[in-house]
Write a protein that binds this ligand. Structure first.
Ligand code: PEP
Length: 250
């Protein structure tokens, strides 16, 4: 069985002390007892401080890495650097990286290779634009992003990949994909991975949903067979709403 997974993506929000206070109040609310793995994706500068409040069962994710080991890449952060401050996951291919920072599938693929080679678990984000959905090519778009994102990745490394399906039109907009639309996409993703790798890898693959997940819609979304958890943006910045989301797994 796939254990559910919830990760809060803070994006470019919260100072280090605000982040620490948030993490402390979430952990103090007793959520470690719940039947869910959970964790945080703070900005780089907060990773080492947040790590002090976590144990080995928590997830600490960076929001990006660069694909080279080290060198003259001003402003970039390497896999070894985030590992050295205790991160165990990295989010790659987030729609904000793809669209605002123009990251190509090729660059994302290089980052995926670098991350898994270094022992990180990757949350590979994929998702269609509203125009793709309106044109009826949302599945084709998402499966292409996955094929290019995991290109040349061996089966052992694929076991260290989580996929987050995040329709771009639902991120930070308050709009959520319907449970049926999300489930249809998650099922298509699992079927695709089964063909690309194996039934076993597909069966164990965690596929998260992301896009305006809130306490009010978590129950409905998580009732779908192929939705294994969520990548939560806005609602992860507030202890009360993030705890309410986690408490769905009571
Ligand atoms: C995200 O950042 O991945 C996300 C899904 O954001 P939000 O929950 O705010 O839509």
């Amino acid at each position: 069985m796939r254990k559910p997974l919830i990760i809060g993506n803070w994006k470019m929000n919260l100072t280090v002390s605000e982040g620490v206070n948030l993490v402390k109040s979430i952990i103090d609310s007793g959520v470690d007892q719940l039947k869910v793995d959970y964790g945080f994706a703070p900005p780089f500068v907060a990773l080492s401080e947040i790590k002090k409040y976590l144990n080995d069962s928590h997830i600490l994710a960076a929001q990006n890495i660069y694909f080279e080991d080290s060198g003259a890449y001003t402003g970039e952060v390497s896999a070894d650097m985030i590992l050295s401050v205790g991160a165990n996951y990295v989010i790659l291919g987030h729609s904000e990286r793809r669209h605002i920072f123009k990251e190509s599938d090729e660059v994302i693929n290089k980052k995926v290779h670098q991350a898994v080679k270094k022992g990180l678990t990757v949350v590979l984000c994929v998702g269609e634009l509203l125009e793709d959905r309106e044109a009826g090519c949302e599945t084709e778009t998402v499966l292409r992003q996955i094929a290019l994102g995991v290109k040349d990745l061996g089966p052992d490394h694929m076991k260290r990949v989580v996929i987050a399906y995040e329709p771009v039109w639902a991120i930070g907009t308050g709009k959520t994909a319907s449970k049926d639309d999300a489930e249809a996409m998650h099922r298509a993703i699992r079927g695709f991975i089964s063909k690309l790798y194996s039934e076993n890898i597909a069966k164990d693959l965690k596929i998260l949903y992301g896009g305006s997940v809130k306490p009010e819609n978590i129950k409905d979304l998580m009732s779908a067979e192929n939705i294994d958890g969520a990548l939560v943006g806005g609602a992860s910045l507030n202890a009360e709403s993030f705890v309410k989301i986690l408490k769905f797994y009571e």
